[in-house]
Design a protein around this ligand. Structure first.
Ligand SMILES: [Zn+2]
Length: 301
């Protein structure tokens, strides 16, 4: 079943068509809902909200269809998830320093728990990672496995005013109701606690250059944010002191090659050659079109 959506940030807004759908059901496999996959250059019909600067998909599959797609999604990106976790830990260090304490942290869309492992290393006592797909949980390192729960982040799942930090990295694009997610994150945060989001920035230079060949235009992405729209999302949800920054991602050269829109045949042999020569393992930092944004629960809320 498919559903039609209004703007998932402001719930109204004046909208116009950004792009018609580009979908080929026969090319969707179990990697379509996996993280850090090869881009397929397919997307749903996209609308632009002039009030929020948000691009969002409508119509889209309903919640149960999405939930079952993620449940069985494949996972083959353990090396990249470790690199990403290191990037996020660095980006969040100024925010983590200002938290009221390090008793509890939540990672929504935790994958194989690579960032949960960083949180444990940073001294958080109680770390929870929610992950809808089974494959990454099964690939998790033994020391972090106990933190992971195969569940979607749904209202009422976790106790109120409990967490000092809630993270949501490369996940906000994938949820049907991002505003509901942020409101629920606010409810479970302690006063002074922070919600941190990492998302694609559709206004970044890399996206402007690649246009719709950018990997951010993807069947998994139900909305695409800019600095303005992510700040609007956080403040609509009731979070205070919102900020956003450019994120510099560090990944091995072979992974950057996988993301770049080379023709299919060239890309395959290029990645094999890079992996075989070890040059593919060289870590490279780029402002790859991601942003980090955060907001806090007011100390007196
Ligand atoms: Zn809007």
């Amino acid at each position: 079943m498919v559903i039609n959506r209004t703007c998932p940030v402001c719930m109204k807004g004046s909208i116009h068509l950004f792009a018609e759908a580009r979908l080929d059901e026969s090319r969707l496999d179990r990697f379509a809902y996996a993280s850090r996959k090869n881009p397929e250059y397919m997307h749903h019909r996209l609308l632009l909200c002039d009030d929020c600067d948000l691009i969002y998909a409508s119509p889209v599959p309903d919640h149960s269809e999405l939930a079952s797609a993620y449940e069985v999604a494949a996972f083959d990106s353990q090396r990249e998830s470790e690199y990403a976790a290191e990037t996020y830990a660095t980006a969040l260090s100024p925010i983590i320093r200002r938290l009221p304490d390090r008793t509890s942290a939540l990672d929504i869309g935790a994958g194989d728990g690579a960032f949960c492992s960083k949180l444990l290393g940073l001294g958080f006592e109680n770390v929870v990672g929610l992950e809808p797909s089974l494959a990454p949980i099964e690939a998790a390192a033994p020391h972090v496995r106990h933190c992971l729960r195969q569940e979607m982040f749904t209202p009422g799942l976790l106790p109120a005013s409990h967490f000092s930090l809630v993270c949501c990295f490369q996940t906000i694009e994938h949820v049907l109701t991002p505003l509901e997610l942020c409101k629920e994150a606010l409810r479970i945060l302690k006063p002074g606690g922070a919600l941190c989001i990492v998302a694609h920035n559709r206004r970044a230079a890399s996206c402007r250059i690649l246009g719709r060949r950018s990997p951010i235009f993807d069947v998994e992405h139900l909305q695409l944010f800019s600095p303005a729209s992510i700040v609007k999302l956080l403040s609509q949800a009731g979070l205070k002191s919102t900020e956003t920054r450019t994120l510099w991602n560090t990944y091995p050269l072979s992974y950057w090659t996988r993301l770049f829109p080379f023709p299919h045949r060239i890309k395959g042999s290029l990645i094999s050659a890079l992996n075989a020569s070890r040059i593919g393992n060289i870590p490279i930092s780029l402002p790859a079109g991601n942003l980090v944004a955060w907001g806090t629960r007011g100390a007196t809320d």
